[in-house]
Ligand binder design. Structure first.
Ligand code: PEP
Ligand code: MN
Length: 265
């Protein structure tokens, strides 16, 4: 496989411009709300990122919701608004693309296309993202194996797009005490098998706010190249995933802990 270490021993470095990278030997921190909700919210999160030296912001504008009646995002207009505010502050945008028709309209406003867990094996979407000259982060499928994640990455890489990032976000198991089971084992295994950077999403991984920070640190120590987690000024009022979202004070503390832990690794 082209994404395997056997094919390419040197770790892949994803260059997002302006000195922002996701790569082996650096710790990428990505935070932001589950959903982009309003201009006011965008401004607050951007400010939080700037104040804490966080260069990448996450947020969904097309949301894959279990219920069709739940908030499904601000759409492309939300992304344009977000981009105008974030780019001025030097903040890179990480956001989910749900279908092939969105790739082109999103292109000018996105830095990393996120492929969500529910689309992890949407092979048409992966094929199309393989033709794009922009970074792609693939999340592990809800019940996806490590091998299946690597095969999904292979679709994009073999299509010609080598700006690829893998993300462990927890898998569905028999355990009901947490939202998902964050598979920390996947981190060293993916790092050993592939030259691609690996990041960890402890928010979706455990789904419980008070445990997100410790699982993020566990991810750092397991060898991750970055952490992506959800934050919001008032998590209780978030339109989605509030139960697993950190407030800004918790997020600032976690970002500092991540950097300290990474320095000790
Ligand atoms: C998200 O990042 O908000 C999200 C929907 O993630 P996942 O696809 O991992 O469930
Ligand atoms: Mn979410």
């Amino acid at each position: 496989k082209l994404v395997s270490k056997k094919w390419k021993a040197k770790p892949t470095s994803v260059d997002l411009g302006d000195g922002v990278y996701i790569k082996d030997g650096e710790m990428a921190i990505i935070t932001g709300p589950c959903s982009i909700e309003s201009e006011e919210q965008i401004r607050k999160v951007v400010k939080h990122c700037v104040e804490n030296g966080i260069r990448m912001m996450r947020g969904g504008v097309f949301k894959p919701r279990t219920s069709p009646y739940a908030f499904r995002g601000m759409g492309i207009d939300g992304l344009k608004l977000w981009h105008s505010i974030a780019s001025e502050a030097g903040i890179k945008i990480v956001t989910e693309v749900m279908q092939t028709s969105q790739i082109e309209e999103m292109y000018p406003y996105v830095d990393i296309y996120q492929v969500g867990a529910r689309n992890s094996q949407n092979f048409n979407l992966l094929d199309e993202l393989g033709k794009v000259d922009k970074a792609v982060m693939i999340k592990r499928g809800i019940s996806g194996t490590i091998e299946e994640l690597l095969q999904s990455a292979e679709y994009v890489f073999s299509g010609g797009n080598e700006k690829l990032i893998l993300c462990e976000r927890g898998i569905r198991t028999y355990e009901k005490a947490s939202r998902n089971t964050l598979d920390l084992n996947a981190i060293p295994i993916l790092k050993a098998k592939s030259h691609l950077p690996v990041i960890v999403d402890p928010s979706h991984g455990i789904g419980i706010r008070s445990y997100v920070s410790q699982m993020a640190l566990a991810g750092v120590m397991a060898g991750a190249d970055g952490i992506i987690y959800e934050s919001h000024e008032i998590p209780e009022k978030a339109y989605s995933d509030g139960q697993q979202t950190l407030d800004f004070a918790q997020s600032a503390r976690l970002a500092a802990w991540i950097r300290e832990s990474f320095a000790m690794r």
